[in-house]
Design a protein around this ligand. Structure first.
Ligand code: HAM
Length: 428
């Protein structure tokens, strides 16, 4: 029987994992400069948390969750997103009591049973941040700035920030009625999916991927033009803060997001270098989510971004994503006697923080040298023969081929001395 990875999941292989480590390290560093602390939550939660938090009528809850019953009969779900999980954790551990504004970030795998395609997986990875406890548009602006900063720092080009306001419980119901009335005129021509959405979730019709739906809704009324005073002021202030921070954005009244918890700000960052799945980032304000899952109303805003899509974009734009680790030194043994000795010396170098590789397969001197070459090490240490009997080893500089011999006991200091140029030393 031949096992294969599950459809829509991917292995990150040893020759590409460094790219992940590179972007993850940059993400962490940007998060830390904005004073966000990492939060890690379990990979599964009670199903009800997501059903309530994300919304029963959303695609995620309705058709995409990996849900199962455990042996104790509890319904569990692999997390399809982090926001509800973060809010559960915030509530459970009273994080709000320690600080008025709790700022957290995460890098974690998510699970959604979507139809796999380029940039759309069933297990994918998100980085994201949530700022919990602030109602000011300055918090929305910080979240937008933070997400965009990651792309700027990584050198990603051609991304667009699109912002919108999806209103609140005061203005959205009235707008929904206006929108429904408008869509009633074209109901018969709408796609089946949009027809189903008309009653319960008409806003989602505005971001339908169906071309005909898009045509039919070109002159549909938009939420941003029907905001209450509070939402409207919030939206205008957010725009002026973003301008003051020199963050370019455009207003897109069709950004409605696929999760139900949003209030006021909703935004996306899009890359033109991605295909149909062009959203790098999705986020916004969700002032009612905590209340929805049993806490007290707590204004919050956040974003999440797909790491696979980030890497795809970087690949398309030929952006440097680091280098795989390689040993500085390869120790080869010239004969049988040298073998054990080589392994011991490797251990000593490693303990002294000198990245080092040694042959464990009993290969011939020639094939050990070939391996050292393949691994592109800077230096080879050759151990064995007469030299070893005299307490010496040979060091070969792989760039210029120069060989020198030094005392075994000097090996660590030879590779370690700070500021010492090894070539200078060899030529001395
Ligand atoms: P989302 O829009 O569902 O929002 O996902 C955010 C990002 O995750 C997307 O823009 C995309 O880059 C990536 N993503 C989503 N689904 C997939 C998939 N199947 N394959 C690959 N990448 C994917 C959320 O998850 C919200 N929790 C964002 C948020 C945080 N809102 C407030 N705080």
């Amino acid at each position: 029987m031949k096992f294969k990875s599950i459809k829509g999941t991917k292995d990150v292989l040893p020759d590409e994992s460094y790219r992940w480590q590179f972007v993850e390290q940059k993400i962490r560093s940007v998060m830390h400069t904005f004073s966000y602390h990492e939060i890690r939550t379990p990979v599964f939660e009670e199903t009800a948390l997501f059903a309530r938090g994300i919304g029963e009528l959303t695609d995620i809850v309705g058709k995409e969750m990996y849900t199962f019953q455990d042996r104790g009969g509890t319904m569990l779900t692999l997390k399809p997103e982090m926001t509800a999980a973060v809010m559960r954790s915030y509530l459970q551990h009273n994080l709000g009591e320690q600080k008025p504004l709790v700022k957290v970030y995460y890098i974690a795998p998510m699970f959604r049973q979507e139809k796999p395609q380029a940039g759309r997986l069933r297990q994918f990875h998100q980085f994201g941040a949530e700022a919990i406890g602030g109602s000011s548009p300055f918090v929305d602006a910080e979240i937008i700035a933070l997400s965009a900063e990651v792309y700027r720092v990584l050198g990603v080009k051609n991304f667009q920030i699109k912002i919108n306001s999806v209103g609140c419980i005061n203005c959205r119901p009235q707008y929904k009625e206006i929108l429904k009335k408008h869509l009633q005129n074209v109901f018969k021509e709408l796609s089946e999916e949009s027809k189903q959405r008309l009653e319960q979730n008409p806003l989602r019709i505005l971001d339908s991927k169906d071309e005909n739906d898009q045509k039919l809704t070109t002159d549909a009324p938009l939420m941003k033009d029907h905001l209450c005073k509070e939402c409207s002021e919030h939206f205008i202030e957010l725009q002026s803060i973003l301008r003051s921070l020199n963050i370019e954005f455009e207003i897109d009244g069709r950004i409605v997001r696929g999760l139900d918890y949003y209030t006021k700000t909703a935004y996306e960052i899009i890359s033109k270098d991605l295909g149909a799945q062009d959203a790098l980032v999705g986020g916004g304000r969700y002032d009612l989510l905590l209340k929805e899952i049993g806490g007290k109303q707590t204004p919050s805003v956040g974003f999440a971004a797909g790491i696979e899509r980030l890497l795809l974009t970087m690949e398309k734009q030929q952006i440097f994503t680091g280098e795989n680790i390689k040993p500085k030194v390869f120790i080869v043994s010239a004969d049988e006697e040298g073998r054990g000795y080589a392994v011991e010396q490797a251990m000593i170098l490693r303990r002294n923080n000198i990245p080092c590789e040694v042959d464990l397969l009993g290969r011939s001197l020639k094939s050990q040298m070939r391996e050292a070459d393949r691994q592109k090490v800077e230096f080879v240490i050759i151990i064995g023969g007469n030299e070893l009997q005299k307490g010496l080893v040979i060091i070969k500089n792989m760039k210029n081929g120069i060989q020198t011999s030094i005392g075994v006991k000097d090996l660590v200091s030879h590779f370690q001395e700070p500021g010492e140029n090894i070539e200078t030393r060899e030529n001395r």
